[in-house]
Design a protein. Structure first.
Length: 183
């Protein structure tokens, strides 16, 4: 065993990670297992969409902030146009984000959407248009989070590049000024 090797990184926010996964899994599990316990489509629809909406809210407002330091929302301005708003931690805080937390956040975001697509294909194959509606709503909520956080992540990277460029330019300027002030 190498003593110089750093210890494996643990989750920095295990409770947030747990609830991030729990809400996604509960919506999927209820949808998949509901046919065993309920014959009413209305109950299946309402509970599944409610669980997916809870997942959407938790990801958008809680786990996105804590696990990856990002938050997004969409507003309609005075002209009636949709405007995306992005919020991220400062660059130093983003650099200190836990890699495992971030990995869990992004992978579960995408895996959940893939699972809803697969369930939608099964509903389509079985000619169950009503269940396809449930999957469509849940997939829409999942896709909204994927799009929002992907755009937010790109915006954060642009801010990081702008910060880095500004820092490098200011250091070069101060170096050049100090070089000429010595002469």
């Amino acid at each position: 065993m190498d003593l110089n090797q750093p210890p494996p990184e643990n989750y920095a926010n295990p409770k947030t990670c747990f609830f991030h996964v729990l809400f996604k899994a509960s919506a999927l599990a209820f949808y998949i297992l509901s046919a065993l316990f309920f014959s009413s489509f209305v109950i299946i629809f309402v509970v599944t969409v409610f669980l997916a909406a809870l997942d959407f809210w938790v990801v958008k407002n809680v786990s996105g902030r804590i696990l990856v330091g990002l938050r997004w929302w969409n507003e309609v301005d005075e002209q009636g146009e949709s405007v995306w708003k992005f919020e991220c931690l400062d660059q130093e805080s983003l650099a200190r984000m836990n890699k495992k937390d971030s990995w869990l956040f992004w992978w579960t975001l995408y895996i959940t959407a893939v699972a809803w697509v697969i369930l939608g294909i099964f509903s389509l194959i079985r000619f169950q248009a009503d269940y396809l509606l449930v999957v469509g709503v849940c997939l829409s909520l999942s896709a909204a989070n994927i799009i929002g956080f992907t755009k937010c992540n790109k915006d954060a990277k642009k801010q990081l590049q702008a910060f880095a460029s500004k820092t490098i330019a200011s250091r070069m300027t101060s170096t050049i000024q100090s070089a000429f002030s010595v002469v």
